[in-house]
Design a protein around this ligand. Structure first.
Ligand SMILES: NC(=O)c1ccc[n+]([C@@H]2O[C@H](COP(=O)([O-])OP(=O)(O)OC[C@H]3O[C@@H](n4cnc5c(N)ncnc54)[C@H](OP(=O)(O)O)[C@@H]3O)[C@@H](O)[C@H]2O)c1
Length: 239
C-alpha cells in the first residue's frame, strides 16, 4: 500500500487531492484538519487545529510495514489569517497563522524524516507554496512571510537530503496557481483597505480564470507518483 498524509484535507485543494488519491485501491489517505468532510474506507482522519502548537508537537505518524511502497506528506493546510496591514492586526492571529502555515510544515517534515529514516519505501514531501512567497502583497504580510519560509524549508531540506545521500526521499515545493477554493472567497470578501489588489481577484473569478481544485489535484497526484520528473525544487502548476 501507499500512505498519503495530507494536511488541510477538509476543503479545497487538500480535499480534492485526498479524493483523487482514494480512487486507487492501493492508496490509504491520512487527513488532518479541524473538520472531517471525507468518509471512505481507506480514509483516516485526525482532527487537529494547527494553530495550537501542542497538537502538532504531539503528533506521530503511524508505523508502516516494510513492504509499503510509498509514504507521502503533503503540507497543504494554509490560512491567510486576518488580512490587514502590519500595525492593524491582532497579535494572536499572527501567531496562529504562522503556526498553521510555517511551524506545522516544519515540524511535520522533521517528524516525517525522523520516523521514516531507514524505511525502504520511497518518500515524498510536497510543500504547497504560493506566488506570495516571492511577491510582497499588501495586507498579506504573514501569509507572504510564511510561504517564503516554506520555500526556504523546502530548499534546505533538498540540500540536506543530498548530504545524507538519501536518494529515496523527494522534497518539492509546488505553487498550485489561483484555485477556486474557500481561500479565494476570503480574498474576494476583503476590502481594498485590507488588500489593494482585491479587484483583480474579482475579475479572475468573473472571467472564469481560476483553476478547479479537482484539476490541480490530478496534477499533484501525477507529480507525487513521478517526483523525479520535476526538475525545479520550487515549481508552479500550469494547467
Ligand atoms: N486557492 C489558491 O488560489 C491558492 C493559491 C496558492 C496557494 N494556495 C495554498 O493551497 C493550500 C490549500 O488552500 P486552499 O485554497 O485549498 O484553501 P481552503 O479551501 O481554505 O483549505 C484550507 C485547508 O487548510 C485547513 N486549515 C486551515 N487552518 C487550519 C487549522 N488551524 N488547523 C488545521 N487545518 C487548518 C482547512 O481545514 P479546517 O478548516 O477544517 O481546519 C482546509 O482543509 C494552502 O496552503 C494555500 O496557501 C492556494
Amino acid at each position: 500500500m501507499n500512505h498519503y498524509y495530507i494536511t488541510g484535507s477538509s476543503s479545497g485543494i487538500g480535499k480534492a487531492l485526498a479524493e483523487e488519491l482514494l480512487k486507487d485501491e492501493h492508496h490509504v489517505v491520512h487527513g488532518m484538519a479541524r473538520r472531517q468532510t471525507i468518509e471512505h474506507p481507506r480514509y483516516r482522519h485526525t482532527t487537529m487545529d494547527f494553530a495550537w502548537q501542542e497538537a502538532v508537537l504531539n503528533f506521530s505518524f503511524e508505523p508502516h510495514p516494510d513492504d509499503t511502497k510509498r509514504i507521502v506528506l503533503v503540507n497543504n493546510a494554509g490560512t491567510l489569517g486576518d488580512m490587514g496591514y502590519l500595525g492593524e492586526m491582532r497579535d494572536e492571529d499572527i501567531a496562529a497563522s504562522l503556526n498553521v502555515n510555517l511551524l506545522t510544515p516544519a515540524v511535520l517534515t522533521n517528524k516525517f524524516l525522523h520516523q521514516f529514516a531507514g524505511h525502504p519505501a520511497e518518500k515524498v514531501i510536497i510543500n504547497i507554496t504560493s506566488g506570495a512567497a516571492t511577491s510582497a502583497y499588501d495586507g498579506w504580510s504573514i501569509y507572504c512571510t510564511s510561504k517564503a519560509g516554506v520555500d526556504m524549508l523546502t530548499r534546505v531540506g533538498v540540500e540536506e537530503r543530498k548530504y545524507r545521500h538519501d536518494g529515496r526521499t523527494h522534497i518539492l515545493g509546488i505553487a498550485p496557481g489561483v484555485v477556486d477554493t474557500q481561500m479565494q472567497n476570503q480574498i474576494r470578501n476583503s476590502s481594498e483597505l485590507e488588500f489593494s489588489r482585491v479587484e483583480k481577484f474579482h475579475q479572475l473569478k468573473a472571467n472564469n480564470q481560476l483553476y478547479r481544485a479537482e484539476d490541480v489535484a490530478k496534477e499533484l497526484a501525477h507529480i507525487i507518483a513521478n517526483p523525479n520528473k520535476v526538475t525545479e525544487v520550487i515549481s508552479r502548476i500550469s494547467l
